[in-house]
Design a protein around this ligand. Structure first.
Ligand SMILES: [Zn+2]
Length: 403
């Protein structure tokens, strides 16, 4: 793989003979290349070469097999992290390593998880990734209202940098999206010198970090290659002086929902990617989040979606489900759930409150892995507003998927 950054943070890349058109992301998900160019707007042209290298790697990693040649020398540290993490020879090598900055920024989407992360660090600036059209790739998924989400981010009143990018269109299948999840940070990386960043906070919660949630395996994943600070991505970001920080990595989506809806940013919370004046209420994500919100607020489910709709169909089947621990949590707490589209799922789980109470507290090792400059502030918030798991609750996390 050969990558070139032109002025205006315009990235182009060329595959070597051994590279693949259909690659695999860090979670083994197969993804197909659509086009070998993209750009990132709202960032400077003079960032440290390691930042350009890591930003490029978040885009091209799935399609790279053996080597990557950058257009400017990188540090030996970044080259080593690429070699140790991916078995890739990276060069040329020759830059001095970047000295980490002192600040933490939040990679802010506006969803409940990132709002919760933002609430823990009330003085942290936001970097918001806004998808824009690619000049040469048609938009096959026009429902995504990135303009609405950017407007909400602006209304938070926080120090905000909006990064615009078409990098998701490098991906043809399954549909436009981040080649690696870390590509959401491409703009924040390129802003790291200007914002004096030493850390970047993401809203990945316990399911994503520890329970193999999202697209991954359904098991306890202390070695999660995506988000463990000791994993390959964690080491690569650290080599560029921008530590991955997961302020809500030890708590469930019930906790992030409760924290977000109780925060000063409550009016700007938006997990739906489609709605304009409010959440659309009809997408699969709105249904899932409504279950969690109803559970947190201890009220009946309020959704126009009926059991015959495609968004609800998966609940007629057996587990596993995406966000399974939260489905279980919702079933245990929403009054009248047996009269809703979730009724068939009741057969599959222990839906007592006792069986799901671990989802209301923090898994302590998640605090231990927050880098030292930000650990105390996160721990103080969690101890005051959430509380730590007991030993038996910790065991629930660590036996997840084996029960
Ligand atoms: Zn929706």
């Amino acid at each position: 793989m050969r990558v070139t950054w032109a002025p205006g943070a315009s990235l182009s890349f060329r595959l070597d003979p051994e590279d693949e058109i259909t690659g695999r992301a860090s979670d083994e998900y197969p993804i197909k290349l659509a086009i070998n160019s993209c750009s990132v707007g709202g960032v400077p042209d003079d960032a440290h070469p390691d930042l350009f290298a890591v930003a490029a790697w978040t885009v091209v990693a799935p399609w790279t097999r053996k080597r990557i040649t950058f257009d400017r020398a990188v540090s030996a540290e970044v080259a080593r992290a690429l070699h140790d993490g991916w078995g890739v020879e990276a060069g040329p090598v020759g830059a001095e390593p970047r000295t980490p900055g002192s600040r933490l920024a939040i990679s802010y989407s506006g969803g409940a998880d990132s709002v919760a992360a933002a609430t823990i660090f009330p003085d942290a600036p936001f970097v918001h990734f806004r998808r824009v059209a690619h000049p040469r790739v048609p938009n096959r998924w026009p429902h995504y209202r990135s303009d609405v989400l950017a407007k909400l981010a602006a209304q938070t009143g926080r120090e905000l940098s909006v990064v615009t990018s078409d990098l998701e269109y490098t991906l043809a299948e399954p549909r436009p999206g981040y080649p690696e999840h870390h590509a959401v940070a491409a703009g924040a990386l390129l802003l790291a010198d200007r914002l004096d960043l030493g850390g970047l906070g993401f809203g990945y919660e316990m399911g994503s970090r520890w329970l193999g949630g999202g697209r991954y395996l359904w098991r306890f994943t202390p070695d999660n290659p995506m988000w463990s600070p000791h994993g390959r991505w964690g080491r690569l970001f650290a080599a560029a002086g921008v530590h991955i920080v997961l302020p809500v990595g030890g708590v469930s989506e019930a906790v992030t929902m409760r924290v977000a809806l109780g925060s000063p940013l409550r009016d700007q919370v938006r997990w739906c990617l489609r709605g304009t004046d409010g959440p659309c209420r009809t997408c699969a994500k709105c249904l899932y989040k409504e279950l969690i919100q109803a559970a947190v607020e201890r009220r009946p489910l309020d959704t126009p979606i009926t059991a015959d709709r495609p968004q609800a169909r998966k609940y007629l089947q057996k587990p596993p489900y995406g966000g399974q621990e939260m489905i279980q949590y919702g079933l245990a707490r929403v009054p009248g759930i047996e009269d809703t589209l979730f009724a068939p799922v009741l057969d599959h789980f222990d839906v007592s409150e006792a069986a799901t109470s671990w989802l209301e507290r923090c898994y302590p090792p998640a605090l231990d892995e927050i880098p030292q400059p930000w650990r105390a502030e996160a721990a103080a918030f969690v101890e005051a507003n959430v509380g730590l798991m007991t030993e038996s609750e910790v065991a629930k996390v660590e036996s997840w998927g084996n029960a």
